[in-house]
Design a protein around this ligand. Structure first.
Ligand SMILES: Cc1ncc(COP(=O)(O)O)c(C=O)c1O
Length: 373
């Protein structure tokens, strides 16, 4: 596979660990182990009883059952647990795609959902989201992009980095376009449990036979360091994924799955407080945008905890993001990491005081630069 570097990861490697204020993340405020144990009731004795044997290629039966019950159609045979959803995305794309296949991808978007197909030498057809249209996906454009040669359509709604989403009716329409030509529809649902106005979308695997859903504990659940994700899809595709996995990670770590099962059994206890905080923080972003119209234009996200404002007057925000970090200790992500250089990704899922402080410092830097430095 000929992969280009992932600019988002390059940026985070340079700045994430030393940021004074991080308002860049696409996930909510992370939980600690003590909090995880308190919310799940997992005792130290249960952790001590774990023997470090090998694990199941597709995940333990209990964990797969719990995922199937909450997000799937109840059939654990359609579930594979992975090292973050990143592993699931990479396994599924590697299993399904061959050089020359046509693949529809969304831009701006998260690099794995675009670049893996490029690296696998597929022909990508870009379904572009336009800021001027408030990022709203244009379904008639998708209809033109999907052809008899389309092997897969890859989407992520609610979306990173724009926060835009679709209704369930639109989800079914997207599935209809894929079904018309027998294409797979890969749906990254990383933010499905982080929505503000509409109920969560169903997992795509429950509404389309060639639909494959990805999900993770890294975003809505506040557990990115646990590295736990999964996908839901046809058993034959999962079997092909296992054949690839036999050469890489083999299986998800039993310790991770022990903790994950506890989280799955108490999912709402993890989700609800963080969603409440995200909802309040989203209002702060709304107020900030309304108070600084000369500097930023924002479409408020329908889901997730990232907004993707355009910085007025900037053709490429990279230097601004570097200045903001160096001079004011604030981490955001340059839009170029998502193929939209006039924008920055702003994460509002963290502690409210940090968000407020970070936005104030950002406004100061914008004002300073607007004044000609
Ligand atoms: C849309 C989307 N999908 C997948 C991932 C991968 O996350 P993880 O491997 O931690 O589950 C990310 C991480 O930022 C993401 O934004």
């Amino acid at each position: 596979m000929k992969l280009r570097s992932a600019p988002l990861e390059d940026w985070l490697r340079d700045y994430y660990f030393t940021a004074e204020i991080d308002i860049s993340s696409s996930g909510v405020h992370s939980y600690s182990m003590a909090e995880l144990r308190a919310l799940t009731g997992i005792e130290h004795s249960e952790i001590d009883a774990l023997v470090f044997d090998d694990g199941y290629s597709l995940g333990t039966p209990e964990v797969r059952q719990a995922i199937a019950r909450r997000w799937g159609d109840g059939d654990p045979g359609k579930i594979m647990t992975t090292v973050g959803s990143g592993e699931a995305i990479s396994l599924v794309l590697t299993a399904l795609l061959r050089p020359g296949d046509e693949v529809v991808v969304v831009q701006p978007g998260y690099h794995s959902l675009i670049e893996l197909a490029v690296g696998l030498e597929c022909t990508t057809r870009v379904w572009r989201l336009d800021f001027e249209q408030e990022w709203r996906p244009q379904l008639d454009e998708l209809a033109d992009l999907v052809t008899e040669r389309t092997r897969a359509v890859i989407v992520n709604f609610p979306q990173n980095p724009t926060g835009v989403s679709v209704t369930e009716a639109q989800m079914r329409e997207i599935a209809g376009h894929a079904e018309r030509v027998g294409a797979y529809l890969l749906w990254d649902g990383a933010f499905s449990d982080l929505v503000y106005d509409n109920p969560p979308l169903p997992d795509i695997s429950t509404i389309y036979s060639r639909g494959i859903g990805f999900n993770t504990f890294s975003k809505a659940f506040g557990l990115p360091g646990l590295r736990f994700g999964w996908c839901l899809g046809p058993a034959d595709v999962l079997a092909d994924c296992v054949r690839i996995r036999d050469y890489t990670t083999l299986h998800t770590a039993p310790l991770v799955e022990l903790l994950a099962l506890g989280v799955l059994k108490n999912a709402d206890a993890f989700l609800e407080p963080r969603l409440k905080q995200a909802r309040a923080n989203r209002e702060i972003v709304r107020e900030w945008a309304a108070a600084t119209p000369e500097h930023v234009s924002v479409v408020l996200p329908a889901g997730g905890v990232a907004a993707f404002p355009r910085l007025n007057g900037h053709t490429d925000t990279y230097a601004f993001c570097e200045d903001l970090f160096q001079r004011r200790g604030v981490l955001v992500i340059p839009g170029s990491c998502f193929g939209a250089p006039q924008h920055v990704r702003l994460g509002f899922g963290g502690p409210t005081d940090q968000l407020v402080d970070g936005l104030e410092r950002m406004t100061d830097e914008l004002a300073k630069q607007g004044d000609g430095r």
